[in-house]
Design a binder for this molecule. Structure first.
Ligand code: CAA
Length: 258
């Protein structure tokens, strides 16, 4: 029987995914990434879910790709199996907001997984690093691309070339994380944020996520055109009319996620 390395549970309109390979500090092997991808797609397809949280353990969010599994792989192995592309990138297909709740180590692929999420909430104990250079590897799950976009070239080069580790306060200062909270409140605060987000209109959330992500893929003019079309499209939705009328009626909107 395949080991369960990821737990998925529903908390109201939030899908909570917990990485569960604690003895290996949640080192990300193929089985775990397959299960994570499946859990993400299931929540994304579930109309009862409006936002998703990915979390790890108290000591590690995830300590990176599984070094033990990779140690003897050849080029042919990784090329043929489409390593990383095959299952790590499933998260890019997810259209609902994904929040990372990070305590402890977020190293290498673990840091890159957090970077693939839309919002990172960090516990005070969170530590972020891209230490692949110590293994004579390089960040291969988007780290060399997403980190400079998140914190700029100077800090990203420093982290990737020297393996410098950032604590939660530095990560907050540099714009790598959205919020820092006490460790004992990490899950509660992240779930509260996710619940707030999940209460908004799901198609509007998807449009915002897609528009913000588009800013990294296009010129300003193209990006603004995309945003404008997304705004125009909101006028075809029931929720936008409900939202505006509820404001005028001074009542809480009731969104149908349509
Ligand atoms: N892969 C496999 N096993 C790992 C692991 C990893 N990435 N990280 C930790 N483990 C294992 C350790 O081997 C150890 O196992 P044993 O108990 O069987 O010896 C167990 O988890 C606990 O780890 P440590 O004893 O090392 O714990 P520590 O508190 O002393 O140190 C740490 C914690 C600083 C995170 C350290 O474990 C570490 O440096 N880990 C490796 C981090 C790393 O290099 N990540 C990048 C991987 S490459 C990558 O991710 C490529 C990519 O971009 C996709």
């Amino acid at each position: 029987m395949t080991e369960l390395l990821v737990q998925a549970e529903q908390r109201g309109r939030v899908g909570l995914i917990t990485l569960n390979r604690p003895k290996q500090l949640n080192a990300l092997n193929d089985t775990l990434m397959d299960q994570l991808g499946a859990a993400l797609l299931a929540f994304d397809a579930d109309a009862q879910i409006g936002a998703i949280v990915i979390t790890g353990g108290a000591k590690a969010f995830a300590a990176g790709a599984d070094i033990e599994a990779m140690a003897d792989w050849t080029y042919t192995d990784v090329y043929s199996s489409h390593f990383i592309s095959r299952n790590w990138e499933t998260i890019r297909q997810v259209r609902k907001p994904v929040l990372a709740a990070v305590a402890g180590f977020a190293m290498g692929g673990g840091c890159e997984l957090a970077l693939s999420c839309d919002i990172i909430v960090a516990a005070e104990s969170a530590r972020f690093a891209l230490p692949e250079i110590k293994l004579a590897l390089l960040p291969g799950a988007g780290g060399t691309q997403r980190l400079p976009r998140a914190i700029g070239k100077a800090k990203a080069m420093d982290m990737a070339l020297s393996a410098r580790m950032l604590d939660a306060q530095e990560a907050d200062r540099y714009g790598l994380v959205s919020r820092v909270v006490p460790d004992e409140q990490l899950l509660e605060k992240t779930l509260a944020l996710a619940t707030q987000i999940a209460g908004y209109s799901t198609p509007a959330l998807m449009a915002i996520k897609e528009s913000v992500n588009r800013s990294f893929e296009s010129s300003l003019t193209e990006g603004i055109l995309f945003e404008r079309r997304e705004l125009h499209a909101r006028f075809a939705s029931e929720d936008a009319h409900e939202g505006m009328h509820a404001f005028l009626d001074k009542r809480k909107p009731v969104f149908q996620h349509r």
